[in-house]
Design a protein around this ligand. Structure first.
Ligand code: SR1
Ligand code: MG
Length: 400
């Protein structure tokens, strides 16, 4: 990475001009850095006619913490490569990569600015009817085609190597499975939550289930994951849904991505109790969120099983009932991972604005307590769910 420099607006613009690929030769270009994520710089370069592209650059440290938390630039390669791989099998729901430069840790992407970041929209109680179905299509398709059901063994092993992502996985291992369950400087929560946090940290049953989820995360290269499917990694409009930002991608347990998505919808469900005062409007939004979770579970299973029935190439994995058994285990895993997402986003380092943006202190605390309890119960009961219906029923029973 000898040639790496961190871009400012002028350098990003000049880089795109020199490439000469994306705009008319005499275009009047402007550039604006507008990233608000935890890790990277994000520039929009636009011409006078409204054409635009996105240039994303990884910083050599975590943006949300600063230079005291160094971070590999290789994540830019991983992110662009996951987008390309997922785009091959699910073009419809994957942001398109236009150019990469590994030395500068740069990815140039299509500008999805005509769509909206899902998290902000859910916080405004805006709804997107295709959300659950589209995310299910993305997760089922990408996870099937990069699994042992489809890939040849040698091909899969080579990809597992290519997508080895130890530094970013280590962040997830710490933030999801370690920090919230012990006293840790990175944890971030109000003193009023201390009793709730101690309840989690002192529950042997919970710690055992979290250990199992972490162990699976370490040791189950089931497919090429996105690795960070929260609602800030999703663009939506009324007719489409696109996934961005898979820099945490690696070969891991399929339930992790599905669970992260469900966990984020549930975080928003809890947050609406502190955001929307009028009961009918709040219930309508919460019912929308539950419907999307149900749709996502149903479609995920149906698409996965249809792909497995038609395209499983490994003879042994074609055994009657095996694909069904495998998907049922993914759904159990997903409920557990959803629980860890609820807990780590409430008391760990990286919170969600859905909850932190609630202005009233007491309303926010109530929501945080609900998110912690829901996360805990999901982790404790995930393995009891025999199928997608009982998984959905568990969620409903815990939340109402
Ligand atoms: C230091 S990174 C914190 C979080 O932001 C990312 O989007 C991931 O979710 C990570 O856990
Ligand atoms: Mg991200």
């Amino acid at each position: 990475m000898a040639d790496y420099i961190t871009f400012d607006n002028a350098q990003a613009l000049s880089y795109i001009e020199q490439l000469g690929e994306f705009f008319e030769p005499n275009a009047q270009l402007t550039c604006n850095e507008f990233g608000d994520g935890n890790l990277n710089l994000v520039f929009r370069i636009a011409d006078q006619n409204g054409n635009s592209i996105i240039l994303k650059q990884a910083l050599p440290y975590a943006r949300c913490v600063g230079e005291s938390w160094p971070l590999t630039l290789d994540r830019a390669r991983i992110e662009a490569s996951v987008l390309k791989k997922h785009g091959l099998v699910c073009e419809q729901h994957t942001a398109k990569v236009l150019h990469t430069n590994d030395d500068l840790a740069i990815t140039v992407l299509e500008d999805l600015g005509h769509m909206a970041i899902l998290r902000s929209e859910l916080n405004l109680a805006k709804t997107y009817p295709k959300l659950g179905a589209d995310v299910a299509t993305y997760l089922a398709t990408s996870s099937f085609y990069y699994s042992d059901f489809y890939l040849k063994p040698a091909e899969k092993k080579a990809l597992v190597q290519e997508f080895t992502n130890p530094e970013l996985c280590s962040i997830t291992e710490d933030l999801f499975f370690d920090d919230p369950y012990r006293a840790c400087e990175r944890n971030n929560y109000a003193p009023e939550l201390e009793a709730d946090v101690l309840r989690l940290q002192q529950s042997p049953q919970l710690l055992r289930q979290v250990a199992q989820l972490k162990h699976l995360f370490f040791s189950a290269p089931q497919s090429l994951l996105h690795g960070d499917v929260h609602t800030g990694s999703i663009f939506a409009d009324q007719s489409d849904t696109k996934l961005i930002d898979p820099e945490f991608g690696f070969f891991g347990p399929i339930g992790f991505d599905l669970g992260s998505f469900i966990g984020n919808l549930l975080l928003n469900y809890c947050a609406q109790n502190g955001r929307i005062k009028e009961t009918p409007k709040r219930r309508q939004m919460q019912s929308y969120l539950l419907t999307q979770i149900q749709q996502c579970l149903n479609d995920f299973e149906n698409i996965w099983l249809a792909l497995a029935a038609q395209h499983t190439r490994d003879l042994s994995l074609q055994a009657p009932g095996y694909a069904q058994h495998f998907v049922e285990q993914i759904i159990k895993d997903a409920l557990g991972y959803a629980g860890t997402e609820l807990i780590r986003r409430t008391i760990g380092l990286a919170h969600v604005v859905d909850i932190d943006g609630i202005e009233d202190d007491s309303a926010r605390l109530q929501v945080q307590k609900q998110a912690l309890l829901l996360g805990e119960q999901l982790i404790l009961h995930a393995e009891e769910c025999e199928n997608k219906e009982s998984a959905y029923q568990l969620i409903v029973s815990l939340i109402q």
